[in-house]
Design a protein around this ligand. Structure first.
Ligand SMILES: CC(C)(COP(=O)(O)OP(=O)(O)OC[C@H]1O[C@@H](n2cnc3c(N)ncnc32)[C@H](O)[C@@H]1OP(=O)(O)O)[C@@H](O)C(=O)NCCC(=O)NCCS
Length: 192
């Protein structure tokens, strides 16, 4: 398996991967109604591609998974979701975000999520962040717990359909020494 930064050329495959992950991998955790409603608060955030902080893992010539980190305030959601906030976070005072982690159903439990998280944590640390925060789906909680994150609070996300979807705010302190930061790609014109 190889990982690299996501580009706009990946977008069609990323959208397919996310749909498969949401439909297949959340069944053990949510009702059908909650899964349908989840599309409003999940999905691709192209701001992360612009920022150069979104990654894909490839295996067997296909996308096996994706995920990223962010130095912006938005905690969860895709391009289409309400409540987005592009404000830059202060590494000295605030937690970087872990965002939009998905593994294709054909590649689950092979370490895809763990690998992407490790890369995100390393990059966030190298940019001076000492803490990470995320909004976990019920399907995501086992991965984050296994990787050292702890639950701060459980809450219900409102969706336009009126169905409320359970999420958990989770956090992790970064302990290692910060490395040398790779320069982040400057935000570009977001038109494709
Ligand atoms: C959450 C998700 C990204 C996990 O991806 P993954 O690549 O299968 O995770 P990994 O293989 O790296 O798992 C690492 C560890 O996390 C834990 N874990 C992951 N998925 C688990 C599950 N379904 N049940 C129990 N433990 C799980 C295990 O401890 C696992 O280690 P192990 O396989 O050696 O026991 C994937 O299930 C997914 O895409 N879910 C649907 C979308 C979603 O909810 N994303 C999270 C958004 S916050």
């Amino acid at each position: 398996m190889q990982h690299r930064r996501a580009t706009y050329d990946d977008v069609p495959a990323l959208e397919c991967l996310m749909e498969a992950a949401i439909c297949d991998l959340m069944r053990d955790f949510l009702t059908a109604e909650q899964i349908a409603a989840s599309f409003a608060i999940m999905g691709l955030d192209t701001r992360l591609i612009d920022d150069g902080t979104y990654f894909v893992i490839e295996a067997e010539g296909r996308l096996a998974g994706c995920g990223g980190w962010s130095r912006r305030a938005t905690l969860f959601g895709g391009d289409h979701s309400d409540g987005r906030n592009d404000e830059l976070l202060d590494p000295a005072r605030q937690a970087a975000r872990i965002r939009a982690m998905y593994t294709h159903p054909d590649f689950v439990r092979m370490g895809v999520g763990r690998t992407i998280l490790a890369r995100c944590e390393g990059e966030a640390a190298s940019h001076g962040f000492r803490r990470l925060e995320l909004a976990a789906t019920m399907a995501g909680i086992p991965l984050y717990r296994a990787c050292g994150y702890s639950e701060v609070e459980h809450f219900l996300a409102e969706t336009p359909s009126g169905v409320r979807v359970p999420l958990a705010r989770m956090t992790k302190l970064l302990t290692g020494e910060p490395g040398d930061p790779e320069p982040l790609i400057a935000p570009t014109d977001r038109t494709r």
